[in-house]
Design a protein around this ligand. Structure first.
Ligand code: 0X9
Ligand code: ZN
Length: 317
């Protein structure tokens, strides 16, 4: 489990319980489902928030994901807190949130990699684990799920070596976890906006990651840039193309934008990358609330603009 000082973070069972409670107490607007079962037998949970779920497929959809990387525990808390916040504010009659839950279809998958998450906190001390827990052919463990998506898979910035922390896997979508996200996104064709939450470095990233070239379609490039800059005004993160951080292939957002033209972002949460080293993955429980607070506006903005992200560049119309 988490070290005592970090017990505010959710381990897998606590996450499951929190999501169950949310779904059971709010069955009019929350649906919880398992989108896959991992190698070690854990469910990957999805929470869908919308009123009148019968018509949900006709509403503009957005998807929020965390926990691709095992040690990035803060990235699990943010989507969980978003789900809890939306429901609480709806119950309190916050007009903005009521309107969003009525008019939008919101998908939240807080922990894409529950096997990795649990391995990282095994025995009460952090393991600095990144990948999932697939047993590779050479006996090593783990595929980097953010190198396993099927767009430009196998290119630069991903390793073919199973022992590497950025191992791409044996094939595009070789992993249960990435297959689950692919199938889920492809089943929910109303999704127009995607956010994959990671940590750390205080960045707002958008495609491409596999190349230094910018998105070819002028409007799509401008939408990503404009939305990233807008969100940066709220959370103070640096907006940039993913490859400016470094070139890497097979990440979530290159696939979701490249294949499905979903407007897609990666957030790298706090802290900034200035001397924390690996400690930046374990910033302590004290950052959970403030980091969520500064990201509420960006999250609501993404949900709002899922009706037509191109609105972001037609501000005068
Ligand atoms: O390397 C990653 O997968 C992400 N950073 S992390 O420290 N959370 O591992 C960044 C992915 C952004 N995409 C590219 N740079 N291609
Ligand atoms: Zn990450």
């Amino acid at each position: 489990d988490f070290p005592e000082k970090d017990s505010a973070y959710h381990n897998y069972d606590e996450l499951t319980a929190a999501l169950r409670e949310l779904a059971q107490n709010n069955s009019d607007i929350v649906t919880m489902s398992s989108i896959a079962r991992t190698q070690e037998g854990r469910d990957i949970w999805s929470i869908r928030i919308t009123s009148d779920s019968a018509t949900a497929a006709n509403k503009p959809g957005s998807i929020f994901m965390g926990g691709h990387h095992a040690r990035e525990h803060l990235s699990v808390e943010m989507p969980l807190m978003l789900a809890q916040y939306l429901v609480t504010q709806y119950r309190n009659g916050n007009p903005r949130v009521v309107s969003l839950i009525q008019s939008r279809d919101i998908h939240i998958i807080p922990a894409v990699n529950p096997d990795g998450l649990e391995f990282d906190i095994k025995d009460g001390s952090y393991k600095m684990w990144r990948k999932n827990r697939t047993r590779n052919a050479n006996g090593t463990y783990g595929v980097d799920l953010n190198r396993n998506y099927g767009y430009q898979w196998g290119g630069q910035g991903a390793s073919s070596s199973p022992s590497s922390d950025t191992y791409r896997g044996t094939a595009p979508f070789s992993e249960i976890e990435t297959q689950a996200i692919r199938n889920y996104v492809e089943a929910n064709t109303n999704i127009t906006v995607l956010l994959s939450v990671h940590s750390f470095s205080k960045l707002i990233l958008y495609p491409w990651g596999f190349t230094y070239s910018a998105i070819e379609t002028g409007a799509d490039k401008l939408v990503h840039q404009t939305m990233a800059r807008k969100m940066a005004e709220w959370n103070g993160y640096a907006p940039q193309q993913s490859s400016e951080l470094y070139v890497s292939s097979g990440d979530t957002t290159d696939w979701s934008y490249g294949v499905h033209k979903i407007i897609s972002f990666t957030f790298e949460l706090d802290p900034a990358n200035n001397g924390f080293g690996g400690g930046g993955f374990y910033p302590g429980a004290g950052v959970i609330q403030p980091v969520f607070q500064k990201n509420i506006e960006p999250f609501l903005y993404l949900i709002d603009y899922s009706d037509n992200p191109y609105r972001a560049i037609n501000v005068g119309i």
